[in-house]
Design a protein. Structure first.
Ligand code: FAD
Length: 346
């Protein structure tokens, strides 16, 4: 008998399944590949700082080493490379400089800040008067990782391609049943679709739609990630991902002319070379009201659990919190971060 059923194979389901595989725990993943997933379109940017007040992003110092270690381990297992470290350039306004100087003097984030400097001319970009340069930044090619892991899960007979309907799930005698499967627990990792999951309290998510474009440009520097109101992420072969929008009023997976024109307006302020738009995507981030992931076993049903709420920074959060999620599944008394516990919504 399998121990766990995971529903969804985006970033959350993939990392949780990987932890189970590593620990020789029997499980199955159910995924509906016809559904769009945030993970497959996300830029996968890795950035340890929040620029608004120039602070470290939540738990960055704890998350970073585990993130790079876990993804490298997965890359080695799959014999592919989906993580790329690349410096990030943040163009600054005059009034941002004192804050950067203060942070550098404080020294608490100098392992992320490479330098603060003036006058940068990058091929294809307008001259940048002032800028900060970050290290330990980069990106995860999530689509490549998810698809390689899907093949891996298929080869190991872990994966079922199907659409799970909640009404087909039943619970009895500390077990969960779906079609011909039974397990100790079912863990929902359906991304934003869990905002409507009737098995959990409603109102915990505050979803964010996002749009991205891909451009092709022969004369744009591929040496750095640029980040100013929007990011320009080099993908190789003269392609760049540019994004993203944040929309809270309309939640759907449809690309829009407004989204595209918002991105193009911002892009044109940053670059001064020709480009062609070759792709345009939209997706929904599983963002939570208090901006923390959601991990836990349902307080009234031991066989029901959720791992979700990876929000806008899934790449950084998923490795560390998938480990915490597995600890919690294996031992209900395991000590995990208080802020992420599912209990907070009951
Ligand atoms: C435009 C955009 C840009 C982003 N950029 C970044 C970024 O630069 N860096 C970063 O760290 N994060 C970024 N994110 C956020 C990141 O994408 C998310 O945090 C992460 O992908 C969420 O993963 P998930 O597994 O929770 O959800 P998803 O990736 O949406 O996966 C959900 C899974 O559930 C499956 N599923 C759903 N319902 C069912 C069902 N009934 N039966 C079977 N399977 C089902 C789907 O098929 C899918 O496999 C971005 C998101 C968007 C939308």
């Amino acid at each position: 008998m399998i121990k766990y059923i995971i529903v969804g194979q985006g970033l959350a389901g993939t990392l949780l399944a990987y932890q189970m595989h590593k620990n020789n725990i029997p499980f199955k993943i159910i995924v509906d590949p016809s559904l769009k997933s945030a993970s497959e379109i996300a830029a996968g940017l890795i950035n340890p700082l929040v620029f608004k007040r120039l602070t470290k992003s939540w738990m960055a110092d704890t998350l970073f080493p585990i993130m790079y270690e876990t993804y490298t381990e997965m890359e080695n297992m799959l014999s592919i490379k989906f993580i790329e470290q690349k410096k990030m350039i943040k163009p600054l306004a005059e009034q941002d400089i004192p804050m950067w100087q203060k942070r550098i003097k404080q020294g608490k984030m100098n392992h992320y800040i490479d330098r603060l400097d003036d006058n940068l001319k990058l091929e294809g970009y307008k001259p940048i008067e002032h800028y900060g340069a970050l290290v330990q930044t980069g990106s995860c090619n999530l689509s490549m990782m998810i698809h390689a892991m899907r093949n891996f899960f298929k080869q190991h007979n872990y994966l079922i391609e199907d659409h799970l309907k909640i009404e087909d799930v039943t619970f009895k005698d500390k077990s969960v049943y779906w079609k011909n499967l039974s397990a100790e627990k079912i863990i929902f990792c359906k991304g934003y679709k869990d905002a409507q999951n009737p098995l959990f309290p409603s109102g915990s998510f505050y979803l964010t739609k996002g749009e991205l474009i891909e451009i092709e440009s022969n004369a744009l520097s591929e040496d750095f990630i640029l980040n100013k109101n929007l990011f320009v992420l080099p993908l190789g072969q003269k392609r760049f991902k540019v994004g993203a929008t944040y929309q809270w009023d309309t939640i759907n997976e449809d690309t829009s002319e407004e989204g595209k024109s918002e991105l193009l307006t911002k892009l044109d302020k940053l670059i001064d070379t020709d480009y062609t738009v070759v792709n345009h995507w939209a997706g929904v981030r599983p963002t939570v009201k208090d901006r923390r992931p959601i991990l836990g076993v349902h307080p009234q049903n031991d066989s029901l659990a959720i791992f979700n709420g990876l929000g806008t920074k899934g790449v950084m959060l998923a490795p560390y919190f998938s480990e915490q999620m597995l600890q919690l599944l294996e031992n209900p008394l395991a000590e995990i971060n208080e802020e992420v516990k599912l209990d907070r919504f009951f």
